[in-house]
Design a protein. Structure first.
Length: 141
């Protein structure tokens, strides 16, 4: 069995309950045909990059599964027949997305955190005389 990912975009008038029902139908198709669900991510309502059937938003879901080619043909057939389905895409999975490098995560965390001086350094710097002495202020009338 190969691992696949399918992304579906539903009409926003269906709502969250419509998305849940459609994800359940897809899961049922996969499991009844001998496939295995690896994971489901409901991305919720998002803006589309361009209008599709006069819609500017859609409900997105990503379903990862393991299965055979006959599952794909049945999914594609059902997707085409479903009028509330704005778009769909099924591809071979390349595995989970790579984790960000540890160094990049540390650098971004350090950049986001405010820089604080330890108390000993702050006290020493406040007691140290300034580099240039203050010049006396002379007022002229």
């Amino acid at each position: 069995m190969r691992e696949y990912e399918t992304i579906i975009v539903l009409d926003p008038s269906q709502g969250d309950s419509g998305l849940d029902e459609e994800v359940g139908r897809v899961q049922n198709i996969i499991t009844t045909r001998g496939g295995e669900i690896v994971g489901v991510e409901r991305w919720g309502k998002r803006k589309l990059a361009y209008e599709v059937n006069k819609r500017k938003e859609g409900y997105y879901a990503l379903i990862r599964f393991k299965g055979h080619g006959e599952i794909l043909s049945e999914l594609e057939r059902r997707y085409r027949l479903n009028e509330s389905m704005l778009r769909h895409l099924t591809v071979l999975s390349e595995g989970p997305p790579p984790a960000p490098p540890v160094e990049a995560a540390v650098v971004t965390a350090e950049a986001a955190a405010p820089v604080e001086q330890p108390a000993a350094e702050a006290a020493a710097s406040s007691e140290a005389p300034s580099e240039a002495p203050a010049s006396p202020v002379v007022e002229s009338d």
